[in-house]
Ligand binder design. Structure first.
Ligand code: HEC
Length: 173
């Protein structure tokens, strides 16, 4: 009886010990993983290979503001598409992304400070946006959404291509 009790007690201790060591093995493994991820991220942010483009401060702020308008327009277009309101989606594309999009008094001059290739990507985006708005206005006639998604993809591809290649900073001198 006494021996049996002692045996059970010992078994419990062994089980407790085993689960504790198993837990710490996991915990240490997780910590190592975490440390590695941190190192990986630090490494990634330290090598930003995008080309730095400097704008005078007013053009810099106007450009970022127009960027936020671009993203808002994409979001509006998607919302109007879900509502099948193609007219409103076309208006949002023209207003927020098209050639007619106002970059503001300072932003309009920003193109002057862009490398030629960057300016070209901007023009590609504006052209794609104009084609997008044409294809949106055509949906009630054609009943075909495929051209809309093709043009929307051309627009977002231009956003992605430019963001992969360039970063901005305000001129400090
Ligand atoms: C011709 C180049 C170009 C095109 C095209 C372009 N962007 Fe940008 N955008 C930039 C650059 C450069 C920055 C600054 C990035 C940085 O400095 O890290 C930026 C920044 C932004 C920001 C951050 C704004 C802020 O306040 O910090 C948003 C949002 C954005 N872009 C959205 C878009 C969207 C959406 C599109 C497409 C519809 C788009 N952009 C097209 C070049 C471009």
């Amino acid at each position: 009886m006494l021996i049996q009790q002692e045996f059970r007690l010992n078994m419990r201790k062994i089980t407790a010990f085993l689960s504790l060591s198993l837990f710490s093995t996991f915990a240490i493994g997780e910590m190592d993983h975490h440390a590695m991820m941190m190192k990986h991220h630090a490494h990634e942010t330290s090598k930003d290979e995008r080309q730095l483009v400097e704008f005078p401060a007013p053009a810099y702020h106007a450009t970022l503001k127009s960027m936020r308008d671009h993203l808002r327009a994409i979001s509006q277009i998607q919302g109007f598409l879900a509502e099948e309101n193609y007219e409103a989606a076309a208006d949002a594309a023209e207003k927020g992304l098209g050639q007619g999009h106002q970059h503001g008094e300072h932003g309009n001059h920003a193109a002057r400070f862009m490398p030629a290739e960057m300016r070209q990507l901007g023009a590609t985006m504006h052209n794609a946006a104009n084609d997008l708005s044409l294809s949106l206005r055509n949906v009630p006639i054609s009943n075909d959404l495929k051209p809309v998604f093709t043009q929307l993809h051309r627009v977002t591809n231009a956003c992605v291509a430019c963001h992969d290649q360039y970063r901005l900073a305000p001129l400090t001198h």
